[in-house]
Design a protein. Structure first.
Length: 403
């Protein structure tokens, strides 16, 4: 089987997903085309150099609807002979795009792909496309559906995490992100966003709140307490599935949950022959990919079983992994991962994560693969694992090895 390599990984800075965010004037189409052009320019690509563009975006409605991937190709400077595929695996869409590309290359279906994703959460509201699991009573009742925030609090209750632990992790994420930016650790990957005149709109993640303290977070109200305990009373639904729990402890709030932001990311994946033909040196081999379904009520525990699966399938142990990126959708997700594998916090999200810099749904999976690779190179490490929890109860993971 052909090996699949990462030749490049880049991303835009993440803008606040609000009307006053720096990227609010930019459409998903324009931002996607900007990243495709960056990959083309950074790697000297011309003509029909890649087989396809696989692009993740979660809320596929309005300006993010249709086949955004194909629209982005046509909007970019890529050859119009290159097609586009839009995919949606919720929060793992960007990672799934990369994994699909890698497996296509491994299977011999083309020499190279551009994969990644976008989400402009300030322009296209999360959930505005509808979701059967949330709106169809037959499925909601069958699956014991609760919103993600309730699921995050359910994880904390089930596995014994306190608000103090969650807040401490969030404060550390802010500290690490600020340090990473101060030391220019993201410089290799960041593609500044400019306007039509060439003036820079955004060149660094703007959601961060450096200097956040435990005292600051202690003043915030638990975000999901009312919807859990009062109306519509989702705690009761969760407790039907987890009757051994007396009550749900609501510990998550805006400060220890992922931020709503705008952003995009892209990864160039190709075979060894592709690199030779284009004079490019591979940065890492995509050793393994995995996805899995999990309980849709607790929903966000997927990083644990999918990591167990990818390690088992690869014949590896957790000790074989030098560095981890675990998406900080909520603090409890990362706390559970570290608890399950007894992984040192010093190896997980070492440059901060989504609690500090935000989580542009369709792009995050590709972002954390790039962040992982950059840091592995900086530290001269060999093997890394990136993983995300996913809505409706799923998990996805990717293992990369430097070459």
């Amino acid at each position: 089987m052909t090996e699949a390599y990462i030749y490049d990984a880049c991303r835009t800075p993440r803008g606040k997903g609000r009307r006053d965010g720096s990227l609010h004037e930019v459409t998903s189409l324009a931002l996607s085309a900007r990243l495709l052009n960056a990959v083309k320019e950074r790697n000297g690509l011309s003509g029909h150099a890649v087989e396809d563009v696989i692009w993740g975006n979660v809320t596929q409605v309005g300006e993010q609807g249709g086949c955004l991937a194909r629209s982005a190709v046509l909007m970019s400077d890529l050859d119009e002979a290159i097609p586009g595929l839009s995919i949606n695996r919720f929060c793992a869409s960007g990672m799934e795009a990369v994994n699909l590309a890698a497996n296509q290359v491994k299977g011999g279906a083309g020499q190279a792909y551009i994969a990644g994703g976008v989400e402009m959460m300030g322009r296209v509201a999360m959930g505005s496309d509808g979701a059967a699991i949330a709106v169809d009573p037959a499925l909601a009742l069958k699956s014991y559906f609760v919103p993600q925030g309730i699921s995050a609090d359910l994880i904390a209750t089930e596995y014994g995490f306190t608000r103090a632990q969650a807040d401490a992790l969030a404060v550390e994420s802010q500290r690490r992100a600020a340090e990473a930016w101060a030391e220019n650790r993201f410089a290799k990957s960041i593609v500044p966003v400019t306007d039509q005149s060439g003036l820079t709109i955004l060149d660094r993640d703007e959601y961060m709140r450096p200097g956040t303290t435990m005292e600051d977070l202690g003043k915030l109200k638990a975000s999901f307490k009312d919807m859990g305990e009062v109306m519509p009373g989702f705690d009761k639904v969760a407790l039907l599935k987890y009757p051994h729990l007396e009550k749900i402890e609501h510990i998550h709030h805006a400060g220890n949950s992922s931020g709503i932001v705008d952003g995009a990311a892209a990864v160039l994946v190709g075979s060894k022959e592709f690199g030779i033909a284009h004079g490019l040196k591979p940065r890492a081999r995509i050793r393994a990919t995995a996805k899995i379904g999990t309980d849709p009520t607790i929903m966000l525990t997927g990083p644990v079983p999918v990591t167990e699966k990818i390690l088992r399938d690869s014949g590896m142990n957790i000790s074989d992994i030098d560095l981890f990126e675990v998406n900080e959708a909520f603090a409890a997700v990362v706390l559970r991962f570290m608890q399950a594998f007894d992984v040192s916090p010093d190896k997980v999200n070492v440059n901060g994560g989504a609690m500090a810099m935000g989580h542009p749904l369709g792009a995050t999976g590709a972002i954390i693969i790039g962040t992982l690779l950059d840091e592995m190179e900086r530290r001269d490490l060999s093997t890394g694992l990136a993983t995300l929890c996913i809505a409706s109860g799923m998990g996805a993971a990717t293992i990369i090895e430097r070459v």
